[in-house]
Design a protein around this ligand. Structure first.
Ligand code: SF4
Ligand code: SF4
Length: 219
């Protein structure tokens, strides 16, 4: 992580958002909504009548990709002329209340520590770092406002899940992964009822996907 520096909850950091929207531009291939982000965005867009169900969200607002050639993911669509996020409208975020965690935390970020016991926080020192020339925020307050208990629970669980799923998918043949791609997408991304809470569904889907992959590997 060459363009980020560690910060601690007690640190004061100069920061003021100038609402320039630059962090929402040049994002092609860079904004990967986590399942919890996709679920919140889908619910938000459902209320606007733009989305009916989870799969609909992925179809309309994202495109598929393969991480390291074997791990299926979705990335947020971008639009010309500057590869801005599909949700940037008239220079403002049109899904602000439901924006992904990385957008809420930016220009900071968080990663779970070992065994998910604590989080490590970082300040992103990218080309937008002019916003660090003014103002003042306390990292602890920033995280309190933008990094919810549900986000923390998800991120901790997801960091273990990614290791386990990565190991299982890597052990499968390319043909096996292709043949079972829909099952993988279904339990990883699509199988969410937008009227039910997220975390219990995430946990059930993850258990089921691991069981299916383990069974496929035993054949
Ligand atoms: S680049 Fe910085 S100043 Fe501009 S909108 Fe994003 S956070 Fe705000
Ligand atoms: S979701 Fe909103 S805040 Fe995040 S990149 Fe898109 S427009 Fe910007």
């Amino acid at each position: 992580m060459s363009d980020a520096v560690t910060v601690r909850p007690k640190d004061w950091v100069p920061f003021r958002c100038r609402l320039c929207g630059n962090c929402c531009r040049n994002l092609r291939g860079n904004l990967m909504p986590e399942q919890i982000d996709a679920y919140r965005l889908a619910r938000f867009l459902q209320e606007r009548g733009e989305v009916e169900y989870m799969e609909d969200f992925y179809t309309r607002y994202t495109y598929p990709d393969m991480l390291e050639g074997f791990f299926p993911v979705f990335l947020i669509n971008t639009v010309d002329p500057d590869d801005s996020c599909v949700f940037l409208k008239d220079g403002r975020c049109s899904v602000y209340e439901a924006r992904p965690r990385v957008c809420r935390l930016y220009p900071f970020t968080a990663f779970p520590g070992q065994r998910g016991k604590a989080f490590h926080f970082f300040q992103c020192m990218d080309s937008n770092s002019a916003h660090f020339s003014d103002g003042k925020i306390l990292i602890k307050d920033w995280m309190y406002q933008n990094f919810s208990r549900e986000d923390r629970e998800f991120l901790t669980a997801e960091s273990d899940t990614l290791l386990e799923l990565g190991r299982l998918l890597k052990a499968m043949s390319t043909d096996g992964r292709k043949e079972n791609l829909f099952q993988i997408l279904y339990y990883r991304y699509y199988n969410y009822d937008l009227d039910q809470p997220f975390m219990p569904q995430y946990k059930e889907n993850t258990v089921e996907l691991k069981r299916i992959l383990q069974e496929l590997l035993r054949r």
